[in-house]
Design a protein around this ligand. Structure first.
Ligand SMILES: NC(=O)c1ccc[n+]([C@@H]2O[C@H](COP(=O)([O-])OP(=O)(O)OC[C@H]3O[C@@H](n4cnc5c(N)ncnc54)[C@H](OP(=O)(O)O)[C@@H]3O)[C@@H](O)[C@H]2O)c1
Length: 351
């Protein structure tokens, strides 16, 4: 597997997003099957794994910790700090304090069966604290050896610059795909300028760019595609020209649409996509995308054609939160503890 650098950390050119093993995409595999799939990806060369305390509230970290324990020293592991307290997290000092951050990290480390994280992200920035203060606290965690580096998710250029000037950022983790280019102009170019890595989440637009989702595909359970506008039947139909474009390029390059969509994201060498994948053949297909290289001319041609197409719908935290009771019941039974959307983000629970 080819390697890339997220600032100073060497990782496989494609990583694995582990959220879907516990939540977010409907029915989940059994624990044994998830562990087998995660380890299979490593056998195939993957060395970057992403999780978060909020994914199925701690359960994903527990699973990922168990799966990676025997290979912990061979991989790069990232997890995320949610500024909002999660159910059962009774931090007397509050979560958005230096000691709250330390305690939260210690708990993640226990679940992940490790003594350090390679990258510790702030899952969502909040206006309850200045970014400089958070940057200082994360810098202290680096000095203590509890984390090797840190990052932010879904933040704008100003926040990136302010944070990086206090404690150099290892990576930004934000949505990026042929259907989600909102960070391309300013934030991705800022990462390039400042030597910050970029981990592209939902690089396949939740599977859409694989060309395998039909407009009559039914999303079930806690599948976030039930409420994200990009996947409404109407928008699936309207976005078909994008899928057709990817399919056309795939045929020309003797690759699959999934691989072309990842190769497009990876055209810049500091970008590492972290697709979610829960089947043997998808893991092989997606990791195989590291061998699919778009020349500058091919990338330009594909991007020029993409630029002519309008993208319908998007992936908003508020829409994910509309899963409301469904997600809450799956995660907490009838405990009724309120959450801020599946990713611990903004939005209101539906009653
Ligand atoms: N920082 C943040 O706020 C944030 C937010 C969201 C996600 N993330 C991270 O990013 C990771 C990836 O995000 P994502 O899961 O939305 O990414 P994604 O790869 O764009 O979408 C995952 C979906 O695509 C399907 N898929 C993947 N490869 C496929 C292929 N070759 N053919 C057909 N379908 C394919 C998966 O199916 P199966 O799973 O059924 O195989 C799954 O339904 C997450 O696991 C998480 O670690 C971070």
């Amino acid at each position: 597997m080819k390697k890339r650098k997220l600032r100073n950390l060497e990782v496989s050119a494609i990583g694995m997003g582990c959220m879907g093993f516990s939540t977010g995409y409907g029915e989940i595999p059994t624990e044994n099957e998830s562990i087998r799939l995660i380890r299979l990806s490593h056998e195939l060369g993957c060395t970057l794994y992403d999780t978060a305390e909020v994914y199925a509230v701690f359960r994903n970290e527990n699973l990922v910790g168990k799966a990676l324990e025997p290979i912990r020293n061979e991989i790069i592991l990232s997890s995320k700090f949610s500024p909002t307290p999660l159910p059962g997290q009774n931090l007397s000092e509050g979560k958005l304090t230096k000691s709250g951050l330390h305690k939260t990290l210690e708990d993640s480390l226990k679940r992940l069966r490790t003594d350090h994280l390679d990258i510790y992200f702030v899952h969502r920035m909040t206006d309850e604290i200045e970014i400089e203060e958070l940057a200082e606290w994360f810098g202290e965690l680096i000095k203590e050896g509890k984390i090797l580096g840190w990052g932010l998710s879904e933040v704008d250029e100003k926040i990136i610059r302010r944070a990086n000037s206090v404690t150099p950022l290892t990576a930004i983790e934000s949505e990026y795909s042929m259907m989600a280019r909102q960070w391309e102009q300013n934030e991705i170019s800022t990462c390039e300028e400042l030597g910050i890595g970029f981990m592209a989440y939902s690089p396949m637009a939740g599977g859409l760019l694989s060309g395998k989702i039909q407009s009559n595909t039914e999303f079930k359970g806690d599948d976030i595609r039930r409420t994200i506008t990009r996947y409404s039947k109407e928008n699936l139909d309207k976005n078909q020209p994008v899928i057709d474009l990817v399919k056309k390029f795939a045929a020309e390059k003797n690759a699959t649409p999934a691989q072309i969509s990842l190769a497009w994201v990876m055209h810049k060498p500091f970008i590492v996509p972290i697709p979610g994948m829960r089947k043997d053949e998808r893991i092989r297909e997606n990791l195989g995308a590291a061998e699919v290289i778009l020349t500058d001319a091919e990338y330009k041609q594909l991007t020029d054609e993409l630029n002519k197409l309008k993208i319908y719908g998007d992936r908003k935290d508020e829409d994910i939160a509309k899963l409301g009771d469904l997600v809450r019941n799956k995660l907490f039974g009838s405990s009724g503890v309120p959450i801020k959307g599946l990713d611990g983000r903004v939005g209101k629970l539906q009653k």
